[in-house]
Design a protein around this ligand. Sequence first.
Ligand code: MV4
Length: 447
Amino acid sequence: MFKKVLIANRGEIAVRIIRACREMGIETVAVCSEPDRNALHAMLADHTICIGPAQSSESYLNIGRIISATITSGADAIHPGFGFLSEDSRFARICERCNIAFIGPTSDMIAASGNKAQAKKTMMDAGVPTIPGSAVAVNTVKEGLELADIATYPVMIKASLGGGGKGMRVARSKDVFEQAFLTAQTEAKNAFGDDMMYIEHYVEHPKHIEVQILADKYGNVVHLGERDCSIQRNHQKLIEETPCAALSEDLRKEICEAAVRAAKAVNYENAGTVEFLLEPSGKFYFMEMNTRIQVEHPITEWVTGIDLIKEQIRIAAGEPLSFTQDDIKITGHSIEVRINAEDPDHKFRPCPGKIEMAYLPGGKGVRVDSAVYSGLEIPPYYDSMLAKLSVWAKDRAEAIRKARTALGEVIITGVKTNVDYQYGILSEPDFVEGKTDIDFIEKHSHK
Ligand code: MV4
């Protein structure tokens, strides 16, 4: 097992990883930027190294400084958390070359999943259902038009290196294709330095379902059920839950087994998530694979009892999985609500500033993952997520009531938050009835 782990991240996920390491008897090294000297992760770790100024490129995204901090501190592994360098294949490769264990999949795996057109081709070959339309990547309007005819309109034009909504456009018909293609391509070129695009049929009003996977270095792969992440705004998830209310036991088994097939097809290793679109008809399609621990992992921990961060560390240290698929039982229902420092009345603009007072709830079945405390200054340079409130109850109705009750207790003063907005979503009749899809927020935003 590792002796010392460096956490290449900040905020609540850094705190989450520090806690897991401490419980496992592993020493921790935090890195922080100058404005994060008083951040919770910097204070909780056994050792803290300030690696540079506020700008991420000079600190949390600076590979050289993070590798230097790892070598200087004598850490034998790096946990990248999510965001920042977590899906940077170059960073993972440098760790491999420096003999530092990267707690995640191999650099080749990260690179392969990052190319969405290539990943789609691999999944088609592995018999995992993919969205109608070819996985061939093209860079001219003429070739794109031909593939759009095969995919059938409406189509979605996607960047091969895209994801998270960048470099993506819908074209409802042939006459708007050229405009949409060129806009998406320009965005892709600017964001990813690559102009290769692929074309798919546009799936209307789907749910976003993702399956949590754990895979060890010896080919053992298990799934830990699915999460419904349909409640999102501008590709930022707001509320996640598990199990998905819309899945029959048969369909759940089918999707989860498809995810395991997907992971096996690429010899996946460590924790990963296979994303699907689920149509109202029950048809589902592979969308992409995330090669990191995700923000919403606590809800899977609630219903399985498995600590995903500890499993990631054990897998990276070369331990085989200590359980099989049959050992994993999904119990009850869990919901996570993201609490952000943002202003719902002004287009959700980020609201950094000093937290005057923070009171966060607790009680049976209530978990708060956060890195805020009264008096903390929230710097403007990073993500606006302050905390994740997750609950567990025996069924969905009780979980919703528990989430509302806990959210109702939250007091955060000094910065604007989305707490009341989230309470509103949990109270929407359509949400309560499970009538959610990826267009839910747009549909309900007139209120
Ligand atoms: C789609 C789609 C509909 N049809 N592909 C969004 C981000 C990227 N991962 C792919 N995305 C989508 N791809 C086809 N062929 C709709 C989306 C999409 C979406 C997916 C999941 C969750 C929220 C979303 C919001 C808008 C669009």
